[in-house]
Design a protein around this ligand. Structure first.
Ligand code: GLU
Length: 449
């Protein structure tokens, strides 16, 4: 386990004092600071200029009331957030999450991770994140629309294609982006397409954006497997979650010759040894907006729906946690290692606990952290912004090709940086250092701002 030197310890202590109780944010910062010891040893000016402290402090944090009226005519109140974390490399960029667990600490952890992730893509995008504790589950389209309109009524004043460009995350897909874009357009009286990404194809969205996070994570793991002279071909895989990231991860694994035998939602997981039927998952999740238990109910014999234990009990060669933060614990990691897992690629943001990461690294399992492996989503958002800026629309093939080459760049950057800093194969260290250096260099050029 990497230990921090004294100066980094002092910065960490101050981050903990300032952000009391924000566990996920503190966890995300600690993971990065634990990687920076070797950089600071070479470049003490990062400490002298307080660049690390500045990167740990969001540029701006916005919290607002979101009042809306439900179908029964009752007034409901939710809390809205946007944390504009870092704009050294470009406009703030990152998704919006609608989920009852959303609070300031969660949004800050996501915004912090996003800053490094976006830097790793090599594209001109800063980092930000937002969302609300609104729970879209069980809400009618009309309720979701009224919520989105109210949310955007306040948020719109903080956005702009050169200022801050949100997209989707958990609970925010094409439907929500459509309602929010419509409200922004109405309020601003401008057709400012690049103010949101993840838009529908009929009004400025990019082809392959929906698929990008899952496809990109699969490319990253494929590149990682290639360093050991192997590939997805013939591998048994487990992908947690059944949302946008999980669905397109499963699709690309299958295209690469792998077999996905389990996926999940927050209630339980399904095992289908013959390979998960993706058309059925898409129908259940994307069209009917139902729970994954429906899969087993409809498929019947040969499939199991399990609510006890963990999806990580299912033996596999490749595990791709693609649900949510801290879903894969130390115990899960030990089980995966005992079952012979070869590679783990994080499709979600920070799905493995620090203990789980330690278990994988000590066992020599290839481990791709989310901020590198899932960068394909936001990278394709940046491609959407490019298409909007040039009033153009690329083909699926053209966009996917750019995505593949960006993911190759992210992989190679992490691997080369890990080598350079004396930790070959440590993608966590490589991603944290490479992301940090790119942001820190830009900030240094700007002086103290
Ligand atoms: N929410 C996604 C992420 O975690 C995408 C962000 C975006 O496209 O701006 O990277």
């Amino acid at each position: 386990m990497t230990t921090m030197d004294e100066k980094l310890e002092a910065i960490m202590a101050e981050v903990m004092r300032r952000n009391t109780g924000e566990e996920e944010f503190i966890q995300a910062v600690r993971e990065v600071l634990e990687s920076l010891g070797r950089v600071v040893a070479k470049r003490p000016d990062y400490i002298d200029n307080a660049l690390i402290e500045r990167i740990c402090e969001p540029e701006r944090q916005i919290i607002f009331r979101v009042p809306w009226v439900d179908d029964q005519g009752r007034v409901c109140i939710n809390r809205g957030f946007r944390v504009q974390f870092n704009s050294a490399l470009g406009p703030f960029k990152g998704g919006l999450r609608f989920h009852p667990s959303v609070n300031l600490g969660i949004v800050k952890f996501l915004g912090f991770e996003q800053t490094f992730k976006n830097a790793l893509t090599g594209l001109p995008i800063g980092g930000g994140k937002g969302g609300s504790d609104f729970n879209p589950r069980g809400r009618s389209d009309g309720e979701v629309m009224r919520f989105c309109q109210s949310f955007m009524t306040e948020l719109s004043r903080h956005l702009g294609e050169y200022t801050d460009v949100p997209a989707g995350d958990i609970g925010v897909g094409a439907r929500e982006i459509g309602y929010m874009f419509g409200q922004y357009k109405r309020l601003s009286n401008r057709y400012e397409a690049a103010v949101l990404t993840g838009k529908g194809l009929s009004y400025g969205g990019s082809r392959a954006r929906k698929e990008a996070t899952g496809y990109g994570a699969t490319y990253f793991v494929e590149a990682m497997l290639a360093t050991r002279g192997t590939s997805f071909d013939g591998k048994t895989c487990v992908v947690s979650g059944s949302g946008n990231v999980a669905i397109y991860t499963m699709e690309k694994i299958r295209a690469h010759g792998g077999r996905v035998v389990a996926c999940s939602d927050s209630n339980g997981y399904v095992v289908d040894e013959s390979g998960i039927d993706l058309d059925l998952v898409k129908e259940i999740k994307e069209v009917r907006r139902e729970r994954i238990s429906e899969y087993a109910r409809q498929k019947g014999t040969g499939t199991r729906y399990i609510t006890m234990g963990s999806i990580w009990d299912v033996p596999c060669d490749v595990a791709m946690p693609s649900a949510t933060q801290n879903e894969l614990t130390g115990k899960d990691a030990r089980r995966l290692v005992a079952n012979g897992v070869l590679a783990v690629g994080e499709g979600a943001n920070m799905p493995s606990t620090p203990e789980a990461i330690r278990v994988f690294q000590e066992a020599g399992v290839l481990f791709a952290p989310g901020k590198a492996a899932n960068a394909g989503g936001v990278a394709t958002s940046a491609l959407e912004m490019q298409q909007n800026a040039s009033r153009d629309s690329w083909t699926f093939e053209q966009t996917e090709q750019r995505l593949a080459s960006i993911m190759r760049h992210v992989h190679d950057t992490c691997a080369a940086t890990a080598d350079e800093f004396g930790a070959p194969g440590n993608y966590v260290l490589g991603a944290n250092i490479a992301g940090f250096v790119r942001v820190a260099e830009a900030m240094r050029a700007f002086g103290v701002i």
